[in-house]
Write a protein that binds this ligand. Sequence first.
Ligand SMILES: NC(=O)c1ccc[n+]([C@@H]2O[C@H](COP(=O)([O-])OP(=O)(O)OC[C@H]3O[C@@H](n4cnc5c(N)ncnc54)[C@H](OP(=O)(O)O)[C@@H]3O)[C@@H](O)[C@H]2O)c1
Length: 279
Amino acid sequence: MKILVTGSNGMLGHDLIDVLKDNHELILTTSKTLDITDKDKVIEFIRENNPDIVINSAAYTDVDGCEENQDIAYAVNGYGVENLALGCREVDCPLVHVSTDYVFDGTARDPIREDGKIGPISVYGKSKLKGEEAIQKILDKFFIVRTAWLYGINGGNFPKTMLELAKNHSEITVVYDEVGTPTYTPDLAYAISQLIDTDYYGIYHITNSGHCSWCEFARYIFEVAGSDVNVIPVTASEFARPAPRPHYSVLENKRWIDNGFEPLRHYKDAAKEYIELIK
Ligand SMILES: NC(=O)c1ccc[n+]([C@@H]2O[C@H](COP(=O)([O-])OP(=O)(O)OC[C@H]3O[C@@H](n4cnc5c(N)ncnc54)[C@H](OP(=O)(O)O)[C@@H]3O)[C@@H](O)[C@H]2O)c1
């Protein structure tokens, strides 16, 4: 297939290229070559290139930055996605869009299904929801893939930050009252490569298996890395950040499993592989 991948310079974007490049013709764009907030250019670009499918991994992903730069957040995560959907409608091609567990409010107590009650509590989550809504209004053929707590080789992320801090700290405070599922970007990219071979359109939750708090994840990272760091649990309110995060955002990968796909491996197995690569 001829696949347009936006955000190809990003953490997930790099891994999408890796899993797709051998079997597909890729058109890769970055914020410099295709700013998704430029509606006319986006529609013209899609019309000219006439892809079989578009995968959008571009986003304004700085969760705290979104609180301060609301205009950018909505422009990229809301209108930018709408522009891509309009372009896809012109050439009748499906859109794969990557969304987030932060569209949920964090009050759930059990893993959240795709039709769970939406209620973003941060500007980032609200702006990502705008993108989801635009797609559903404009397109029939779409995959909205909500995922969570991403980490991979080509981007800043929690495991990297922890290992960096461990170099000159013997104690690190980490939030224990936010629970989710760390997800390794190569695993997610591979899942997306499987999804696009189907026409099982709709909303998906795709994460690695299992769940933990940030604090548990930090302890696991140090255990695998062999670092002797004391992790001190704190609440999110003690560890004040500009954007509120959901306290619980574990995503049940229900439609993924119901449609016959294999569950992604446990987050501990994926994280072990990653930490051993970067430590
Ligand atoms: N990171 C997480 O923990 C997490 C969790 C859940 C969901 N997600 C979602 O997963 C997706 C991938 O995340 P990621 O962590 O791989 O993101 P990332 O590393 O921040 O990459 C995002 C890319 O978007 C591009 N971009 C930003 N503004 C743009 C614009 N106006 N036009 C075109 N491109 C633009 C950037 O391009 P340049 O580099 O070219 O400037 C950047 O490379 C995003 O949709 C994100 O919302 C992420």
